[in-house]
Design a protein around this ligand. Structure first.
Ligand code: F6R
Length: 611
């Protein structure tokens, strides 16, 4: 999940690499480094901490040259330190390697290399690659990289330069994303196209097992055995402003505010004119499988898993198809019983999450059909699925996921309605009510965004802002919302937060309630509303500080609570989308009020491409 950028051309590689690394800093920021080739010499500067630390070091040790590679790191092997920062080098310091991923057999390879006399200077798995390339180097870097990678087991995206073969930059991938950008008399590599959009929109998405020799005037793609590979050049059509903050102080806030537009995009063109049917892009999945599948198994991580929990309720209630849901990292390592006629559904913003990808592959090996909900076009999970519903949420940069989450919920609603119609468990009128409600969601989100007074007030209130811990409670459709609200708060404000089924609270978590504990009830209009009011009373009787997220017009709830944040009314299955918005904003403003780094929360990275 580290960030990689490389350049070869006529300009100063350092400026272009630093610019790209800034756009990728959300991928990891515990150290950074850069290597360039200047007049046949390899020079490197590395530094612990954020990119700013590398930049100030570059002021005292300036580098420049027409080709180079850079890296911003999220540590996996070895503590964040200068020695462990990338790029890593071979023994004569002629080769430099940047790497994203994990080399699983690095200890075994390291032992063999040490026997041959190679000396290691870091604790990283990456350094092994640099020495292996040296071992096989006979004057041609591309050949040496391909040969070295044949010995490697694990996940990688790498960029390599070498002072003994200065006219090329070599890139390769297996399990971690890598793009090659093509400009006029210049070429680029990057772990994410966002890093190079300032310079080119023409890119190649390398496939697993491919290596690319990148020259300033062209490229050659091979598999590791040297067999030429054909790859289509793709044009990235993101707006560059999408990769920037658009006037907001943080990407997270910008992305929260984008949600009305995002939901419009997610559902755009996918609802029939009379609002009674879902219309997918051509050939989504074999129609008969959607009509007859016996089971759906959802795999996802983190926020995407919370979306999956809502998806399970939606699909079971609207389409009457049994749904199992697993955290992807658990799914892969259990005895997988996947009956025939099962659809396995991976839900993922990045399309690169290693746990979700491995779960998908395990399911595929057992014959399941894979239907994925993915945001990142061209990502590995999108490419390895039998069918993909794209979320169309645009580039999400904030480490705490917001717009991708609500886009997942909107896409899952479409899917559940579609399945319900196909399987005749949902009447045209019921479908129309839900799809019409879904079309109104963007306006209702905008209403919440335009009326943030009570949210800002709670976020500034020291009972919430300075809490050590918080409890989020919900029932039914609102339980996943409680989980998501708690995750948002803990990941960006570092307040410990737990989420529980409101009815389950009395079986244990109620012991936590004191007059210092904020308890956030997700209580929109629902089939279990009376029950949740009873749960609120239980917390009130124990002096907990109660904040409820409730439906406009529910004035009665206020008498039981300290604070209420209202959301517009909507059909219950759509309430998770609306209820998520104030919880995102609450977490955001509490984080800002506590002086936390919203877009770069400690220990986190945007896409988790290691297991
Ligand atoms: C939390 C968050 C993570 C991701 C998780 C899965 O705000 O962003 O929990 O949801 O890492 O990521 P994707 O959806 O890219 O598979």
């Amino acid at each position: 999940m580290c960030g990689i950028v490389g350049y070869i051309g006529e300009k100063n590689a350092v400026d272009i690499i630093l610019d790209g690394l800034h756009r990728l800093e959300y991928r990891g920021y515990d150290s950074a480094g850069i290597s360039v080739l200047t007049d046949g010499e390899l020079d490197s500067v590395r530094s612990v901490g954020k990119l700013a630390a590398l930049e100030s070091k570059l002021k005292t040790t300036p580098l420049s040259g027409p080709s180079g590679i850079g890296h911003t790191r999220w540590a996996t092997h070895g503590v964040p330190s200068e020695a462990n920062a990338h790029p890593h080098h071979d023994d004569p310091q002629a080769i430099a390697v940047v790497h994203n991923g994990i080399i699983e057999n690095y200890l075994e390879l390291g032992a063999k290399l040490r026997e041959k006399g190679f000396e290691f200077r870091s604790e990283t798995d990456t350094e092994t690659i640099a020495h292996l390339i040296r071992l096989y180097f006979e004057g041609d870097l591309f050949t040496a990289v391909k040969r070295a990678l044949q010995d490697v087991r694990g996940a990688y995206a790498i960029g390599v330069i070498c002072s003994d073969d200065p006219g090329v930059l070599v890139a390769a991938r297996s399990g971690s994303p890598l793009v090659v950008g093509l400009g006029k008399d210049e070429s680029f590599i990057a772990s994410d196209a966002a890093a190079i959009l300032n310079y080119t929109r023409e890119v190649l998405y390398l496939e697993d097992g491919q290596a690319c020799e990148v020259r300033r005037d062209g490229y050659t793609v091979h598999d590791l055995q040297g067999v030429p590979q054909q790859l289509d050049i793709q044009t990235v059509d993101w707006d560059q402003s999408q990769a920037e903050k658009g006037g907001y102080p943080h990407f997270m806030l910008k992305e929260i505010h984008e949600q009305p537009e995002v939901i419009r995009n997610t559902i755009g063109g996918r609802i029939s004119k009379d609002h009674s049917e879902v219309v997918w892009e051509d050939g989504l999945l074999d129609d008969s499988l959607l009509e007859t599948c016996d089971r759906i198994m959802i795999v996802a991580c983190g926020t995407a898993w919370h979306a999956g929990l809502v998806g399970k309720r939606l699909i079971e209630s609207l389409a009457k198809v049994p749904v199992e849901i697993d955290i992807a990292s658990e799914f892969r390592y259990r005895d997988l019983l996947i009956p025939p006629n099962t659809i396995v559904m991976a839900i993922t913003q990045s399309g690169e999450t290693a746990d979700t990808l491995q779960a998908l592959r395990a399911a595929k090996n057992r014959g399941a059909t894979i239907l994925s909900l993915v945001n990142a076009i061209g990502s590995t999970i999108a490419r390895e699925s039998d069918a993909v519903i794209y979320l169309r949420a645009g580039l999400e940069i904030g480490v705490a996921s917001t717009k991708a989450y609500t886009a997942m919920l909107a896409a899952l609603t479409l899917l559940a309605v579609d399945l319900g119609r196909r399987r005749k468990s949902l009447t045209a009128q019921e479908a129309t009510a839900l799809l019409t409600g879904l079309q109104q969601v963007p306006t209702k989100i905008q209403e919440i965004l335009d009326n943030q007074g009570s949210i800002l007030q709670c976020a500034a209130d020291n009972r919430f802002r300075d809490a050590n811990s918080a409890l989020f409670l919900g029932r039914g459709y609102s339980l996943p919302t409680a989980l998501e609200g708690a995750l948002k708060l803990k990941e960006i404000s570092y307040i410990h937060a737990e989420a529980y089924g409101a009815g389950e609270m009395k079986h244990g978590a109620i012991a936590l309630v004191t007059d210092k504990l904020p308890v956030i009830f997700i209580a929109p209009r629902s089939a279990t509303h009376e029950k949740i009011i009873s749960n609120i009373q239980e917390v009130r009787a124990r002096s907990g500080i109660i904040l409820a997220i409730a439906t406009q017009g529910d004035t009665g709830i206020a008498q039981h609570c300290d604070e209420v944040i209202y959301i517009p009314d909507c059909p219950e299955p759509l309430s998770p989308i609306l209820a998520a918005i104030p919880l995102q904003l609450l977490a955001y403003y509490i984080s800002v009020n506590r002086g936390c780094d919203v877009d770069q929360p400690r220990n986190l990275a945007k896409s988790v491409t290691v297991e």
